[in-house]
Design a protein around this ligand. Sequence first.
Ligand code: SF4
Length: 233
Amino acid sequence: MVPGAAAAAGAVAAATDPLSQPTPLAELAREASVCTRCRLAEGRTQVVFGNGHPDADLMLVGEAPGFHEDKQGLPFVGQAGKLLDRLLEGIGLTRADVYVCNTLKCRPPGNRDPMPDEKEACEPWLFRQIALIEPKVIATLGNHATKQLTGKDIGITRVHGQEQQLTLGGRRILLYPLYHPAAALYTPAMLKVLESDFARLPELLGRELEAPSPIQLAPEPEVPAAVVQLGLF
Ligand code: SF4
């Protein structure tokens, strides 16, 4: 075990255990715990659904469980988890105030990158989590989560720290891309940027979001009677 992993796991477990609460989110976690929608079900120890406050204003979404997460069933344990705890503490929050999860709920073998069909298979779990938690801000941690939730193939180095309004899980939210704590652990320059981006979260959490623009319907076309009779309209 990575030094400090046990302490970090203790802090994470202190946050709400989704399976112990009689809530719709706990029901969803129970449903996900037996998911076999993709090949990752074969090699996992357990599904790592996510944990934290079921009505959190801030959701943090990483890529996929790693070795320790797979063993303990909790997201962001080990050194990256400790760094995440420290960053949260810096803005006056703990794991119990936020909700932490990954785009993929099962560990890819050898921590390889998620495959497109795995991401597609797992995405409905994340969208259902978002719909139930109703966060104001979703901070994506790293490249994969950012690309998946923005739907754009733009790397994290270009979009970190730049918030954008999106509709996700049927809800208007502020999406805020951040460097992944695991990457920042070994790169001091990246850690500085992550700390400075993280420090903006309280301001983003207090921000009023614009209402979604109403859908503009195109005017009804005038359809010649002959075309209607052909069954094309
Ligand atoms: S990664 Fe997601 S879709 Fe695949 S088995 Fe695990 S929970 Fe199901």
